[in-house]
Design a protein around this ligand. Structure first.
Ligand code: ARG
Length: 283
């Protein structure tokens, strides 16, 4: 059921991008007479919006010459601290995207829950945070094409009676506030079953000390957390499949198009895969 929703969302994303295509000129765009080719024609099946090259020169950013990225750096291997630096898959992908767009990357760390609003209100240009494309978020921001897949998994103590998703009823579930793990568990098991924490690591600490029975979180951070905490395991049954993408303001369609064009190039030349492979061990 959840998988189906995720698939439908990919479709919804195309529709929403096509809908935005009917918008008139960007006031802030440089004085170029030529309007970009963005009529509201039926979108191509893969959802590719306007001709990429066209749009690439016309976007604006919060700070000129800079791509400002909002993230929540508690999410290894996508974003985490190495000393004072925020590193990881998203940081590296953003670095390449910025380079393609002729911009310098600046990363702002914030609560996960604030990222969408920061994109919406123009505090940052993109939200890149292992962020899942969801129907709810699409009401407030656009998403680029997806650059990775995520899976929600369940972490339990090694001797836990919980063996699969079916056993979650009546259990206390730890999550990171505002994540899909949070919203979907709340829908499925009710608010009273949820303990929401500032970040995944705190949720896992609470599992270790027995304050919750399990933690629902994305698989790759789950693997990192289990690696550094003894006595935990990840259940084989997956809770949900998701697509990660960058959030962009609905008012900045030229930036969305430029990012998608850059992403396409970086996907085709293998750069994105190389970054994913660097951080994600083959199973
Ligand atoms: N994929 C999940 C979501 O979009 C969790 C993302 C959490 N990311 C982070 N950087 N803390 O809700």
């Amino acid at each position: 059921m959840k998988k189906l929703i995720a698939l439908l969302l990919a479709g919804a994303m195309c529709v929403s991008m096509a809908a935005c295509g009917s918008k008139t000129e960007e006031p802030a765009a440089p004085a170029e007479a030529e309007a970009p080719a963005e009529d509201a024609e039926a979108p191509a099946e893969d959802g590719a919006p306007a001709e990429s090259g066209e749009a690439a020169g016309e976007f604006t950013t919060v700070t000129e010459g800079v791509l400002t990225m909002g993230t929540n750096a508690t999410f290894p291997p996508y974003e985490f601290y190495d000393g004072d630096d925020i590193v990881g898959i998203d940081a590296e992908i953003a670095g390449l995207l910025a380079e393609k767009l002729g911009l310098t990357l600046e990363i702002q760390d914030m609560d996960f829950n604030s990222i969408v609003t920061s994109v919406q209100t123009g505090k940052v240009d993109i939200g890149l945070a292992g962020m899942t494309v969801t129907e709810e978020r699409l009401q407030n921001v656009n998403f680029t094409d997806s650059y990775a897949n995520g899976v929600q998994v369940i972490i339990v103590k090694e001797d836990s009676p919980i063996q699969s998703v079916e056993d979650l009823n009546g259990k206390l579930i730890g999550v990171q506030t505002g994540t899909t793990g949070h919203t979907f568990c709340e829908e499925d098991y009710g608010e009273e079953s949820i303990r929401a924490y500032d970040n995944g690591s705190t949720a896992v600490q609470n599992l270790v000390k027995g304050a919750v029975d399990c933690v629902v979180i994305d698989k790759q951070p789950a693997l990192s957390f289990v690696e550094v905490n003894e006595g935990l395991k990840i259940l084989d049954t997956e809770y949900m499949n998701e697509d990660y993408a960058a959030a962009v303001s609905k008012d900045n369609e030229p930036l969305l198009n430029a990012l998608n064009a850059a992403l396409k190039e970086l996907t085709e030349d293998g750069s994105i895969q190389a970054i994913l492979d660097k951080y994600i061990k083959a199973e």
